[in-house]
Design a protein around this ligand. Sequence first.
Ligand SMILES: *Cc1c(COP(=O)(O)O)cnc(C)c1O
Length: 408
Amino acid sequence: MITKTLDIQTIRKDFPILQREVNGKPLVYLDNAATSQTPQQVIDTIVDYYQNYNANIHRGVHTLSQEATDAYEAARQKIQKHFNIAKAHEIIFTSGTTQSINLVATGFTSFLKEGDEILVSAMEHHSNIVPWQMLCERTGALLKVIPMNLDGELVMEEYHNLLSDKTKLVFCNHVSNALGTVNPIEKIIDAAHKVGAAVLIDGAQAAPHIKADLQALDVDFYTVSAHKMCGPTGVGMLYGKEEWLKKLPPYQGGGEMIAEVTFEKTTYADLPHKFEAGTPNICGGIAFGAALDYMNSIGFDAIAQYEDELLQYATEQLLTIEGLKIYGTAVHKTSVISFNIEGIHPYDIGTIVDKLGIAVRTGHHCAQPIMDFYQIPGTVRASFSFYNTKEEVDKLVEGIKRAKNMLL
Ligand SMILES: *Cc1c(COP(=O)(O)O)cnc(C)c1O
C-alpha cells in the first residue's frame, strides 16, 4: 500500500502556536500526549460559532437555535462516521474521557454485587483506576489487575487466567499515555465476551493515531477526549452499545435529559439526551467535529506512517545518549517515548530543556502504578504528533545532552 507523504511544513502553517517563541527560542512542542495543538480550521470554527450562531440547542424555535442544533448534531454524525458507530444515539457528548468513565462506573453500581470482579490493566491512567475503586467500594466487587512485563506489554496469559464467570467488567486503555504501548484490544474484548463480561476501552491516547472501527471491535464502551486530537478541551465522547445505554441509569439530573417532570415522578428522555443533562459544551462539540474533519483531510494512514518514522528516528537518536533508558519498548507503540538518564531527576531535565523552548512532560503522567512497577519517581516523556519534525527531534537530543552536561 502506498500512503501519501505529508508536507509537514505546509501542515505546520495550520498551527499558529507553532510559530511562537518560548524563552527566545522557537517552540518545540513535544507534549502531545497531554494535549495536542489546535489548527486554524478548528479555531475558525470556534470563532464562527460565537460570532454568528451562538444559541442554546434543542429547545428554541428561533433560527439561531436551529442552526446551533443542526451543527451540534452534524458533529455527532461526524463522530459516528469516523468511528463506524451503528447509531448516532449511541454517542454521548461528555466533557472528556474522565467524565465518560465516571458515567459508566457510576451507572454500574446497581449491576454489581459482592464477589463480582472487575479487571483493569496495570498500565491505566488514574482516570481509569479511581472510578473503578470507588465502584468497588460502593458494591463490594473486587478489583483485579492484569499485570504487564518490563517491555510495557500486558501479560495476556495472566489475563486469561484472571477471567472467570465472576468477571463482570474489563477496563483497559487502547494506547498507554505513559508508555505508548498499543494494547491487543481485539483479543481482550473477545476473551471478556466469552465469559459474559462487558468491556470499556479508554481510547483517549489512541484516537489521535488510530482510527478505531467500533463495530468491528464489538466493544461495549469506548471513550475519547477531543483535546488530544486537535480539538478543544472540555469535550469528548462516550460510545456505548445501545443495549447498555438503555440499561444504565441517568448520570446527572437536569434539563434536556427528561421526557416529563412532575413532583411525583420524572420520566427520562430517549438516548442520547438521557445522559446529556444541562446545556452542553455546544461550541466544543461542533469544534470536535471540525477537528475530525481536519485530521481526516490529512489521513490517518499517512499520520500513522509519519509518526512511526519519527518514533523510530527519535528512539535511535535518544539511545545515542549514554545512560539514557527508555521505559516502554513494546513491539506495537505510538509516538511516545518515556525515558530517564541515570543519576538525574526527570524534573531537572524538563526544566532545562524548557529554557531552550522545548516542551516535554515530566512526572508520573497520571499513571503512578507504572512508575512503582519500574521503581522510579517518574520519567521525561516526549510525545510526537504529525506536525513535529526530525529537526525538532535533533533539538531535543541536543537539549538533553546540554542538560546532562550541566547536571552531572
Ligand atoms: C488523557 C488521558 C485520559 C484523561 O483524559 P481527560 O481528557 O483528562 O479526561 C485518560 N486516559 C488516557 C489514556 C489519557 O491519555
